[in-house]
Design a binder for this molecule. Structure first.
Ligand code: GRF
Length: 196
């Protein structure tokens, strides 16, 4: 039986698309549902056109009640019998109450070489620091933000004249290589970190 994957997005979902396109007949997992907090996420339209189930749970109506927002997601996920969740450009912080039941079964991609630069605006922070190397990390999700066990990393050089956008574009190319490669191994039970 293939592992059943739910992919969480908030926007265009370029990483989601890379994951879905890599899950071919040889892959130990299959994409089952794409979830978003944003009804206008371009990735939702793409997923629907690809014949995937989609779930939209807008976070705004729940205001500051993260628990209720997450309970609505959990309820919507139940019929899909997921084995793994891949966060892919999902821009909501998830509480320990949601993350803990998914311990060792939820992955995330973060645009930095963790443990450096947890949080937002990683590309600008790398440039401000004058780093000559940058990259992305796939990790298991724990209640601490961007802090779980590392499953893979890919590195890119920082070039003279880089802006946050040129750097983000270079990192994103590597994200689309790294995340599918890590998921393919993880779904087959391989946990040793993959360094590209
Ligand atoms: C990317 O920078 C990714 O590293 C981060 O969210 C951004 C958008 O990802 N997780 P995507 O294009 O929506 O997959």
């Amino acid at each position: 039986m293939k592992k059943r994957i739910g992919i969480f997005i908030s926007g265009g979902g370029s990483n989601m698309r890379a994951l879905v396109e890599d899950m071919d007949a040889t892959h130990p997992a299959e994409p089952v549902v794409v979830v978003s907090n944003n009804p206008h996420a371009g990735g939702i339209t793409w997923a629907q056109d690809a014949g995937l189930a989609t779930v939209v749970v807008e976070h705004q109506p729940f205001g500051r009640d993260r628990i209720a927002f997450e309970a609505a997601i959990t309820e919507a996920l139940l019929p899909h019998n997921l084995d793994l969740i891949c966060l892919a450009g999902f821009m909501r912080v998830l509480t320990a109450g949601f993350v803990t039941p998914w311990r060792d079964r939820m992955l995330n991609i973060h645009p930095s070489l963790l443990p450096k630069y947890r949080g937002l605006h990683t590309h600008a922070r790398v440039l401000e620091a004058g780093d000559r190397e940058h990259g992305c990390t796939v990790h298991l999700v724990t209640p601490e933000l961007d802090d779980g066990p590392i499953l893979g990393q890919a590195r890119v050089p920082v070039e003279d004249g880089d802006t946050p956008d040129t750097l983000a574009d270079r990192v994103l190319v590597q994200e689309h290589r790294l995340y599918p490669a890590v998921l393919r191994r993880f779904a087959a039970g391989e946990r040793t970190p993959l360094m590209l």
